[in-house]
Design a protein around this ligand. Structure first.
Ligand code: TQI
Ligand code: ZN
Ligand code: ZN
Length: 168
């Protein structure tokens, strides 16, 4: 079953949210499209729309790849372990571990074929957190707290949809 954060934070009174990519990452178009598709999965089942903006500082949701200690008190740990973190509304902070072997549309972003992590799967999960969902006890749910390495899991299931529709 789905869950929320304590006090049920959500993006109250907002239907359009903006997102921006950390300029220093210079993300390729195919990487940006992965995030765009991940947002779409949530907008299909809510009144929410997500629009990319060039202004990193002015965006509701700020997406960036970082390595190790990156100044927010939650350092990344290299390959595997923590893959990404996102915070409850209205923080909008969406950080990914730049040292993971991210898989983009089945291709490796870094060089190693080991410990591959599917970017879209992680993005759909983290966006759930950004919108106010906690973890789910339903194993098939996007918001279930574990995923096997190399697995692709990008489809919202009924449990995710029931949860997000209770918030929006
Ligand atoms: N990052 C954890 C996560 O997003 C961070 C975290 C731990 C967390 N406890 C939390 C976030 C409680 C909000 C509330 O769950 S992670 C997965 C999964 C991670 C894990 O790097 O461990 C995914 C990131 F579910 F597959 F294990 C993305 Cl999809
Ligand atoms: Zn961080
Ligand atoms: Zn999580």
């Amino acid at each position: 079953h789905y869950s929320f954060f304590p006090d049920r934070p959500r993006w109250r009174g907002r239907s359009q949210l903006t997102y921006a990519f950390r300029p220093e990452n210079n993300l390729a178009e195919n990487v940006r499209r992965v995030f765009s598709r991940a947002f779409e999965r949530w907008s299909e089942v809510t009144p929410l729309t997500f629009v990319e903006t060039a202004s990193y500082g002015g965006a509701d949701i700020r997406i960036g790849f970082f390595s190790g200690d990156h100044g927010d008190g939650e350092p990344f740990d290299g390959v595997l372990g923590t893959l990404a973190h996102a915070f409850s509304p209205p923080a909008g902070r969406f950080h990914l571990d730049g040292e993971e072997n991210w898989v983009i549309d089945g291709d490796f972003l870094n060089t190693s074929p080991y410990s591959a992590v599917d970017l879209e799967s992680v993005a759909v999960h983290e966006i759930g957190h950004l919108l106010g969902l906690g973890h789910s006890s339903v194993e098939d749910a996007i918001m279930y707290p574990t995923i096997s390495s190399g697995t692709r899991k990008v489809e919202l299931v009924n449990d995710d949809i029931m949860g997000i529709q209770e918030l929006y």
